[in-house]
Design a protein around this ligand. Structure first.
Ligand SMILES: *[C@@H]1O[C@H](CO)[C@@H](O)[C@H](O)[C@H]1NC(C)=O
Ligand SMILES: *[C@@H]1O[C@H](CO)[C@@H](O)[C@H](O)[C@H]1NC(C)=O
Ligand SMILES: *[C@@H]1O[C@H](CO)[C@@H](O)[C@H](O)[C@H]1NC(C)=O
Ligand SMILES: *[C@@H]1O[C@H](CO)[C@@H](O)[C@H](O)[C@H]1NC(C)=O
Ligand SMILES: *[C@@H]1O[C@H](CO)[C@@H](O)[C@H](O)[C@H]1NC(C)=O
Ligand SMILES: *[C@@H]1O[C@H](CO)[C@@H](O)[C@H](O)[C@H]1NC(C)=O
Length: 565
């Protein structure tokens, strides 16, 4: 970047929106131009519970994405893999399901968004990398066990939409394979799994119908006033409902999280969920930087946190079941506060059904939803103005559901906070999201209680031709209760620090360090990886739990892997 490009307004000239600008030809190439560079997002390996067989692997779809903008998705017929059918075909036979996306591209191309749907339910949303001309490859493995009911449900359609555009400068065609790896329980569970940790009995897509005129199955939200909705009728014996949201921002809102207050609606966005027009919960999106975001060299070859496998957001709807159990269709609506064109929002409704009755009853006992409080202010002098923004939000609902499990009251409470400061040379931004769900029976005994906290710090420093971006995710979940069979404690802390700087003679050099630490009851994973240019200069990983974090035999079998370097 030019030495004069210091102020944020000028720094913004470096931000290359995925769908607008052309990539600049950068003065670098992989060490061996004949082989594609492998890009990756740091994540933990997925381990099946002990006593599982497998994997049995099935290639679900193989396709190329050239000029696919606004074309219908690529589709393939899906039927449950033979290994699952052979053991009776029940969803509860699946101990771990992993969806693998493996893709390659040769030729320059921008980062593009893609979605994978099964029977209309979104299973994976990701960004592609932003490939340099010499070619890249990458893969993502996602735990999709929570969709076990869909995987076992019989014939349906797998769909992949990846809106790409090819011309004489952007020649890259993405080739992708989608593979399902299933691990099965050797001994089928003698008793019905408890609802707090078992996958939902059914997963209902809350997306657009498979569009005949092209595009993804996402709802497209184009402004702050835009509300998109789908009408859904619930089975009358539902006793638990969780709405899982997939969101991504594009076009004018691609880098909303850095926006100076007063510029492009500022740095605060909130996704709101409505049931028949009434607020039913919120999600504050994690600031996913796309691989072409801020400055594309920052993310080569280590992709930004959450970019290859976008995070999802759960909204507990159980307290509101009283409105939904009348057998009629209800409108599930989505909006994005302060949105600019465009947000892609999709959702899946995970429903647990009472095996002991044909109808449950429910009622709302408490509902607290004050408006979000967003502020902005300035300090400092006209030359070095400090721009501040804050936002906060509370949403809490409690309700009872009477089923053959008894009369259970569920309290779902969410709180959020944003702090943002932008100066001449720095950005410092953090959101903290807390979500608590607690279910108790009529005697007041806690069946399950899950308390989660997610903080996402993002900052940059631009000084003397050197840009450093620090991005993190810090997530802790503590769970307990008579119905809870999962890990009691889970914590993920990861920090990515990326640098790009001017070199003498006009080139750029860059590097990334990411430290990833996952600790849970039953299993841990640590990785510390450093890249310089396209090369990995150090890489250490292990699955050793630091003393005190892995007590009480959990479900995860840990094989002591050595360092990956
Ligand atoms: C190719 O598409 C990109 C992005 O739409 C555009 O910026 C560029 O000008 C196009 N190139 C040609 C040669 O049309
Ligand atoms: C997809 O699978 C086919 C068949 O196994 C293989 O030839 C191809 O290289 C794979 N493509 C990618 C991108 O992995
Ligand atoms: C809104 O947030 C600001 C900044 O944190 C705070 O000073 C103010 O009291 C809040 N207003 C309300 C109504 O809560
Ligand atoms: C369930 O409990 C709530 C209060 O805890 C009560 O208001 C409701 O009437 C009960 N429902 C049934 C069906 O017993
Ligand atoms: C729900 O839980 C929150 C957080 O623990 C608490 O502040 C609130 O009072 C609870 N609501 C009800 C109705 O119990
Ligand atoms: C990560 O690795 C680098 C280089 O080997 C080392 O300097 C650094 O201390 C390590 N960080 C952690 C948290 O282990």
């Amino acid at each position: 970047m030019a030495a004069s490009c210091v102020h944020l307004a000028l720094l913004l000239c470096l931000m290359i929106p995925a769908t607008v600008a052309s990539p600049r030809r950068l003065r670098e190439s992989p060490a061996d131009a004949s082989r594609p560079t492998t890009f990756f997002e740091v994540d933990r390996p997925l381990r099946p519970p002990s006593g599982s067989s497998g994997p049995c692997s099935t290639l679900l779809l193989s396709s190329s994405f050239g000029s696919t903008f606004a074309k219908p998705p690529a589709t393939a017929a899906y039927s449950p893999p033979r290994c699952l059918v052979a053991v009776g075909g029940r969803a509860s036979a699946i101990s771990l399901a992993v969806l693998e996306w493996r893709a390659a591209c040769r030729g320059a191309q921008l980062d593009r968004i893609f979605g994978v749907w099964l029977g209309g339910a979104e299973l994976l949303r990701g960004s592609t990398a932003a490939p340099p001309p010499d070619g890249i490859a990458w893969s993502v493995s996602k735990d999709v066990t929570k969709y076990a009911s869909l995987l076992a449900a019989g014939r349906s359609t797998l769909a992949v939409y990846l809106g790409n555009l090819v011309n004489s400068t952007l020649t890259g065609v993405y080739r992708a394979n989608v593979t399902l790896h299933l691990y099965l329980c050797r001994a089928p569970a003698a008793t019905r799994p408890l609802p707090a940790t078992a996958p939902a009995d059914i997963v209902v897509p809350v997306s657009r119908a498979l569009p005949s005129n092209g595009g993804g199955l996402w709802h497209q939200i184009r402004s702050a006033d835009d509300v998109q909705s789908t009408s859904v009728a619930l089975p009358s014996n539902t006793y638990r409902a969780v709405l899982e949201l997939y969101v991504s921002s594009h076009g004018d809102d691609e880098s909303w999280y850095t926006n100076q207050p007063g510029y492009r609606n500022g740095p605060f966005r909130e996704v709101t969920v409505r049931v028949d027009g009434v607020l039913a919960g919120v999600a504050w999106p994690f600031p996913v930087i796309y691989p072409g975001g801020i400055y594309p060299l920052l993310w080569r070859p280590i992709a930004p946190i959450g970019s290859f496998n976008l995070p999802t957001y759960d909204v507990e709807l159980t307290p509101l079941l009283g409105k939904l159990l009348d057998g009629k269709a209800h409108e599930l609506g989505f909006a994005v506060t302060n949105a600019l064109d465009a947000w892609y929002v999709g959702a899946n409704l995970h429903l647990w059904l009472d095996p002991g009755s044909t109808a449950t009853t429910a009622g709302l006992t408490s509902y607290v939803a004050p408006a979000a409080n967003a502020t902005s202010s300035q300090s400092g002098d006209p030359v070095d103005t400090h721009h501040h923004a804050t936002a906060s939000r509370l949403f809490s609902a409690a309700g009872w559901v009477a089923s053959s499990y008894g009369n259970i009251t569920t309290n779902a409470t969410q709180t959020f906070g944003l702090e943002y400061t932008l100066t001449f040379e720095t950005l410092d931004r953090t959101t903290v999201a807390r979500a608590g769900v607690s279910a108790a029976d009529h005697a007041g005994d806690v069946l399950y209680s899950v308390q989660a906290r997610r903080s996402s710090p993002l900052g940059w420093l631009y000084e003397q031709g050197r840009l450093t971006v620090t991005h993190g995710l810090d997530e802790t979940t503590v769970a307990a209760g008579g119905w809870w069979t999962g890990p009691g404690y889970r914590s993920l802390r990861t920090t990515q620090s990326s640098v790009v700087e001017d070199e003498e003679g006009g080139g750029k050099s860059w590097g990334v360090r990411q430290v990833y630490r996952y600790e849970a009851t039953g299993g841990c994973y640590f990785r510390n990886v450093t890249s310089s240019g396209y090369g990995i200069v150090s890489d250490h990983s292990n699955e050793v739990c630091v003393k005190g974090t892995s007590s009480g035999g959990g479900a995860v079998s840990v094989s002591a892997a050595g360092a990956a370097s």
